[in-house]
Write a protein that binds this ligand. Structure first.
Ligand code: CIR
Length: 255
């Protein structure tokens, strides 16, 4: 029912971009084992996984989410905000071209897919250190023919909009209200992260399953109490690179 594009971990992951965290050594073997567990969880949740080879020279290339936005109708290749990440786009464009017509964000636009949250026909774009208003305008132009509305959203304290908020079922958003203003999301319901777990708002919603990291037990309990079906994965190593579970895949409907 779904296709998920992933990419193997670069041997240079320890040279990743960092914005909010101090550098800590990443155990590459453990990171690879966790990534395999993540891919297995995607398969169990109903995805056919296309696992691309590592980009050895591009430390952050495992975070494929940042390089493209895939909608049912079209895909947009982004122009990542960090210069070291701009070369990641080429191979993702190649991988997506059999599945969707491609549009491309051009300079002066910069956009990381981690800043993009689609809720129904509304697309929220975090105005972060990585994504700017030019990208919001370009995305609006690409998506207008398909009936989407695109809105820029202020985020503070975190790397991307989806560090602060993700969708976990049809009408619930998982949110850290300290990092994004919930009033922009209209009539949606919210589950708040536990205060002691500020980075706990990133989850992958696939059909009736939510992939969720093992590092946030209090917020996990809130999700379970809401009746959500969780598949728990270990993501400690990508977290040291400021990555989270949404970052490591591009998930889209087969058609
Ligand atoms: C970066 O700073 O670009 C990477 N080290 C982490 C990217 C995480 N991606 C995401 O949240 N979508």
């Amino acid at each position: 029912m779904f296709t998920a594009i992933t990419r193997q971990i670069s041997p240079r992951l320890n040279e990743c971009e960092l914005t909010h965290l101090d550098r800590q050594p990443i155990d590459l073997d453990l990171a690879r084992a966790q990534h395999q567990q993540y891919e297995a969880a995607l398969r169990e949740a109903g995805c056919e996984v296309i696992s691309l080879p590592a980009e050895a020279e591009l430390p952050d290339a495992v975070f494929v989410e940042d390089v493209a936005l895939v909608f049912d109708e079209v895909a947009i290749i982004t122009r990542p905000g960090a210069d070291s990440r701009k070369p990641e786009a080429e191979s993702i464009a190649r991988a997506l071209s059999p599945y969707r017509t491609l549009c491309t964000i051009e300079a002066p636009g910069t956009l990381d897919g981690g800043d993009v949250l689609r809720v129904g026909k509304t697309v929220y774009i975090g105005l972060s250190s990585r994504s700017n208003r030019s990208a919001v305008e370009q995305t609006q132009k690409f998506l207008a023919p398909y009936g989407y509305t695109v809105k820029g959203v202020e985020v503070t304290g975190c790397l991307h909009l989806k560090s602060a908020v993700t969708q976990v079922n049809d009408d619930i958003l998982l949110i850290n209200p300290a990092w994004v203003d919930r009033s922009i999301f209209g009539t949606m319901k919210f589950i708040e992260v536990d205060e002691a777990e500020p980075s706990a708002a990133n989850a992958v919603w696939i059909g009736d399953t939510v992939l969720y990291p093992s590092s946030f037990p209090e917020t996990q309990r809130r999700l379970e109490e809401a009746g959500l079906h969780l598949k728990i994965v270990d993501a400690t190593e990508v977290a040291k690179a400021e990555g989270a579970v949404t970052c490591c895949s591009l998930i889209f409907k087969k058609r």
